[in-house]
Ligand binder design. Sequence first.
Ligand SMILES: C[S@@+](CC[C@H](N)C(=O)[O-])C[C@H]1O[C@@H](n2cnc3c(N)ncnc32)[C@H](O)[C@@H]1O
Length: 272
Amino acid sequence: MDEFAEANRLNWDNRAEIHSTDTTGTYRIATVLDGGSSLHTLEAGEIGDIVGKDIVHLQCHIGLDTISLKHLGAKSVTGLDFSPKAIAAARDFAERAGTEARFVEASVYDAPEALGETYDMAFVTWGAINWLDEISRWARAVAAVLRPGGRLYLLEGHPAMNQMYPDRNPLTVELDWRTPPDRPLVWDDPQTYTGDARPLTQVRHYEWIHPLSDVVNALIGAGLTIDFLNEHDIVVWQAFSFLVEAGEDQFALPEGQPRVPLSFSIGATRRG
Ligand SMILES: C[S@@+](CC[C@H](N)C(=O)[O-])C[C@H]1O[C@@H](n2cnc3c(N)ncnc32)[C@H](O)[C@@H]1O
């Protein structure tokens, strides 16, 4: 693992400890332990038919969405993440929920070998590809874990939103639209994004902005056909402090501000 990935893994181990004992409500732990779902309205409405499907959740974090997919009717669910603390928390949640789920600790780049099987669907949402330096390598890993005809559902913060510096009002473009693999954005956040007051001890982390065209072309190049590409003027967390609530678990720019896309989703199918 290179120095950027290793720093990110330590940062995610730290966040996993805080998120798995979350009291802010961000992770909907009680709902999932009760047999419910932590999926937001947006992804729940876009994922399509998952009943009876074998699903892999890449970068599954503490596994709550993975377990939720099983509660929503998937035949089997497997979560993969490179953080051992996140995987340990995910296994613990599955046991407490009484839900069958497999969790694998590995880099997403190594997913095909680490998982050793293929799936009807890969589910990737909210804060996954921004941790990756090479989007084409990620797309090849996604294609390799899908069966022919298998689908990817990807939902992410929009790269245009990620170019805006946090909390400058009005929005100001301050970051390049494409981050070079060897020159990531460097952040030192003292706390995690849930609003939890507990400090992070591993603050340094690295991220990359991938233009939409790079993501789409990487998927096409890896052997997937794009079924849809949607852009949304909502996001599910308060990405900027001046966003306003816009429906259940959704935030949007306030009236009077020019609208920019805040998130995007892609449905894609592996060619046979
Ligand atoms: C924001 S979380 C994703 C949240 C997820 N949507 C969920 O269901 O909670 C990002 C996750 O990506 C994982 N991650 C980051 N880089 C990774 C990599 N190279 N390989 C595998 N997992 C990675 C982190 O450990 C973290 O759990």
